[in-house]
Structure formats: structure tokens, C-alpha cells
Design a protein around this ligand. Structure first.
Ligand SMILES: C[S@@+](CC[C@H](N)C(=O)[O-])C[C@H]1O[C@@H](n2cnc3c(N)ncnc32)[C@H](O)[C@@H]1O
Length: 320
């Protein structure tokens, strides 16, 4: 009962209700809220602290910024998050203050979208140059659909999500999805894309693939799409992915087969000139994966490989 009372006290104040309404529509930082609500940072920080302590909002650190989003998930049926959901359903949509807040939020989102688009434009040329070296996107997405056809994706983890392309592609089939990436610029593009597509069950976080901010077994499917060739330590990256996966969880690695294009290393900072299957099998086995498979997509200077595997069940298969 105390948890519920704390959640009720947390939202029972006009500014905090306005914050709840805004954060329900978009992840926000304190400085976003300062602009949206026209109140001082210390004041808003105090309100946010109460909402987090009440279990209504969750706080994530991203570089020097703290981001806020609704706590919990659809699966949380009885907690403060569910209470917050009920409160949101009761908010009067025609309330002038709440409507003005949402109008201001809309302007903020358009500004963010423009910033993300500008970053994307600055880098698109470079990405297009690499894409032109291998099979087109539709062949790859078709292959990904085929390879994962029989799997429920469940809770999806997109490691090195970049602009969130895979979240957009797989998100609709996943029960929930988290994309992690080191680059705040990439995440800005990804965040704009998942908001634009209304993928409320998807989120992105700034994080390192060697230290994924999650508990053991929190995910059912992990994807690394064009990420492993940047890794200093693929075995460690795959071991961390295995930790994040539940037993029987699946991993999909999309990357280049071994190639001779030295410019990818020199101009695009690739650490690895693609991979041989044997190398991937060795790392996957070392990280605790079994049932490995590969599909090749040829048709360009670069062959793209889709490697898949399943996480072995802790005691039974690891020893076998
Ligand atoms: C070529 S992009 C691929 C992005 C996305 N998976 C896609 O295919 O569109 C590689 C991404 O890996 C990210 N990355 C590189 N090292 C990382 C690390 N240690 N942890 C998390 N992300 C990393 C980069 O920031 C970049 O966004």
C-alpha cells in the first residue's frame, strides 16, 4: 500500500501532473522541461526526484544529461507505473494548460527532428558509399525476415543501434526493444525515428556494448548489425551479449565476410576486414552460444553474412 500511496502523492500536484503528461509523450531532460514549463531547474529537479521516488518515472543518465521516461512497462500490471497509466487516461485532453504544454512539446520535437536530419545528411554520403559496395537493403531485410521467421523476438536488444534502423525493422515484431549505442548523435536520429514511427515499446540508451546496462537474461534476442567490425574485442562484446540474453536467447550478427578493401580500415575506421566463419564460430562458442548458422549475401565488392546462434542453457549444454 505504501508504494501506491507514494505514487499517488508524487502525481498529486499540478506541475508534476504536467511533467507526467509531457514525459508520457516523449523522453525528456530537465533542460527540455525548463524550456517547456518555464520553471527553474532546481524546482523541476525536485519534482522529478519525487516522481522517480514514487516509481512513476524512470531516470537514465546519458553523458552529462539525465533523461526521464515513464517507469515500468506494459507487463507491470500492479505497480506505480500502472497507476501512472491510469492517471494519464484520466487527464482531461481539453485542458488548456495541458494542451499548450503539448503544443510546445511538438515544437521541441520538430527542432530535434531537424537536428537529427542535419546530422544524418552530413553523414549519409559516407554511409551510402559503403552501402553501394554490397547487396541492397531489401535483399538484406528479406534475408533477416527469413532467418528469424520461426522465432518470437520477445525482448529485443539492438547493440550498436546507430540510427535505429533495426529497431524500426524488428521493433513491430518485438514485445519490447532497447537499442544501445555510444554515439549521442546517432541516438538522436534513432530517437526521432522511433518517435515518428510511434514505436512506444522501443527505446534507445547511450551505452557501451562491453557494459550493457541491464540484468542477466533481460533479453530474448540480440542483434549486432554492422557493429562487430568496429570492435576491439569481439569475444568480450559477444560474451556481454550472452549475459544480457536469457537461456535459449538468439543472437543475429550481420557483418562483412573477410575482404581485401583496405580503404574501409583507413577511411572508415573499421578494425576488422570482415570475418571468416571460423573466427565467428570460435567467438560465439567462447561466449556460450550453440546452433550456429550462416547465410551469405553476395552481389557486390563486399559479401554480407548473417550469422545466427542460440545461447546454450546454463548447465545442461555448456558442459556437453
Ligand atoms: C555502422 S554503424 C551501424 C549502426 C546500425 N546497427 C545499422 O546497421 O544501421 C556502427 C555503430 O556501432 C556503434 N558502436 C561502435 N562501438 C560501440 C560500442 N563500444 N558500444 C556501443 N556502440 C558502439 C557506433 O556508434 C555506430 O553507431
Amino acid at each position: 500500500m505504501e508504494r501506491l500511496l507514494q505514487a499517488m502523492r508524487a502525481v498529486a500536484e499540478p506541475t508534476r501532473l504536467r511533467i507526467l503528461n509531457l514525459v508520457a509523450h516523449s523522453e525528456l531532460t530537465v533542460s527540455d522541461l525548463v524550456g517547456l514549463l518555464g520553471q527553474s531547474q532546481p524546482r523541476l529537479s525536485r519534482h522529478l526526484k519525487l516522481l522517480v521516488e514514487g516509481g512513476v518515472l524512470a531516470r537514465y543518465q546519458e553523458g552529462t544529461w539525465a533523461r526521464y521516461r515513464l517507469a515500468g512497462s506494459a507487463a507491470d500490471e500492479a505497480g506505480p507505473a500502472a497507476f501512472a497509466g491510469a492517471v494519464l487516461d484520466l487527464l482531461p485532453l481539453d485542458d488548456a494548460v495541458l494542451s499548450r504544454d503539448l503544443e510546445r512539446l511538438d515544437r521541441l520535437r520538430r527542432k530535434r527532428d531537424a537536428e537529427a536530419a542535419a546530422y544524418f545528411k552530413r553523414n549519409a554520403e559516407q554511409w551510402d558509399r559503403i552501402r553501394a559496395l554490397h547487396v541492397d537493403e531489401s535483399a538484406l531485410t528479406e534475408c533477416l525476415n527469413q532467418v528469424t521467421a520461426g522465432w518470437p523476438l520477445g525482448r529485443l536488444l539492438d547493440i550498436g543501434t546507430g540510427t535505429g534502423k533495426l529497431l524500426e525493422f524488428f521493433g513491430p515484431r518485438a514485445t519490447s526493444a532497447v537499442g544501445i549505442d555510444l554515439s549521442a548523435d546517432m541516438l538522436r536520429v534513432a530517437r526521432a525515428a522511433i518517435e515518428r514511427d510511434g514505436l512506444d515499446h522501443c527505446q534507445v540508451r547511450q551505452a557501451d556494448m562491453y557494459q550493457i546496462p541491464c540484468g542477466d537474461g533481460d533479453f530474448d534476442t540480440a542483434v549486432l548489425h554492422m557493429v562487430l567490425h568496429y570492435s576491439d574485442d569481439p569475444l568480450q562484446a559477444l560474451t556481454e551479449a550472452a549475459r544480457a540474453l536469457s537461456d535459449d536467447g538468439r543472437i543475429v550478427i550481420v557483418d562483412f565476410a573477410r575482404h581485401n578493401l583496405a580503404e574501409l580500415r583507413a577511411e572508415h575506421a573499421h578494425r576488422w576486414p570482415g570475418f571468416k566463419d571460423e573466427q565467428i564460430w570460435e567467438w560465439l562458442a567462447g561466449a556460450g552460444f550453440v546452433d550456429t548458422n550462416v547465410t551469405r549475401l553476395e552481389g557486390g565488392a563486399l559479401t554480407v553474412c548473417v550469422w545466427t546462434a542460440r545461447k546454450a542453457q546454463a548447465e545442461k549444454e555448456a558442459v556437453a
